[in-house]
Design a binder for this molecule. Sequence first.
Ligand SMILES: [Zn+2]
Length: 331
Amino acid sequence: MNRVLLLKATGLVTAIAAITLLVPGCSGTPDGKRQNDWPADHAGPKVVVSFAPLYSFAASVAGDDAIVKNVMTSKGPHDFDPTADDIALVTQADLFFVVGLGLDEKKAEVMRTRSGNKNMKIIELGEQLDKKDLCEGFCTHADHGADHKHDTDPHVWLSPTHAAKLVGFIRDELKSKDPAHAAGYDARAAAYIEKLNAVKAYGTEKFKDKQDKKLVSFHDSLAYFEECFQLNVRGVLTKKPGQDVSNKEMTELIRICTKKTSPVRVILTEPQYSTSSQGEILRKELVNSGVTDPVLVEFDTLETVRPDELTPDWYEKKMRDNIDRLAEKMK
Ligand SMILES: [Zn+2]
C-alpha cells in the first residue's frame, strides 16, 4: 500500500471509530445498554440458566421473587460458545444453574472465569440426582474391552420425573439464597411439579396401548424419556450431534432395524439438525429391506429455543408436542 492510500485508510478507520463512539447502542440495545442488563430496581437473586428447559424450571419456581435469564438459544449445549454479551450477563449473576454431567458445566466455568464474577455459584443440577437415577450413554459396541467406558447420558430433562427432581433442587437453592421468600418458592415449585406430573401422565396414557415401542433416536439423548415412558430405543443415528454416521455404523443400524423378529420402523429426527439426511437414508434402507411403513418423526430434545418463544410453560408445551408427534406415528 502506498503512503497516500495508507493515510486514506487510516483516516477511514479513525472516522469509523469516531462514528462508533458517537452512535449510542453499538454494543447492545438502542439505549446503549447491553441487552443482558439486569433490572436495577429488583433486589431478588439474579439467576442464569444454561439452556431452555432449565429456564422453564427456574422461572416457574422464581415467580416475581428472582430474575431468571437464559444463555443458550440457537446453539444448544453441544455446540455453544459464549459471546461477549453472554459473559456480560453472568458478570452480575448470583446463581448459574446447569445440568452438568459433562454437558454444560465447563462452559459455565469458562463464562465465570472470563466475567471475573467469583461470587457466582454454579449449580450442577444433574449431579444432585441419585446415581441410580442416571443412565449410561447408548452403546452398540460388541467389543467391551477393559478400556471401554460409558459416559453418563446428560439428557435428564427429557424425563418429566427427573425434571421434577431438578425443580426441587432449584427450589432449595433459591430458598437458601433468598430465605425471606421461601414460602413463595415452595408453593410455586409444588404447583409446577404438579404440572410435570401431568405431562408424565399425559405421555403414559398416549403410549400405553402401543404394540411397537421400538425406535432409533437421532442423537444419543433419549435414555430418560425412554425409561419414563417405557419405550424401546434400539439405536442412535449419530454418536456426535451434527456428525454423520460412518458406513460401518449405518450397516449395524440396518442390521438392528431389519431383524425379522423385531423390526424397527420409527426413526427420530431433530429440528436442531434439520439439514441432516441420515434419518432419510436409514428410512429408505428399511423400505428396501422390507420393513413395513418406516417413518421419520421429529423429536425436539429441547436444547435450542427461539428467544421469543421462551416462557415458563415452554417445556411442558414442547414435551406434549414431542409426545403427540411420536404417539401419532407409533402403532
Ligand atoms: Zn443432546
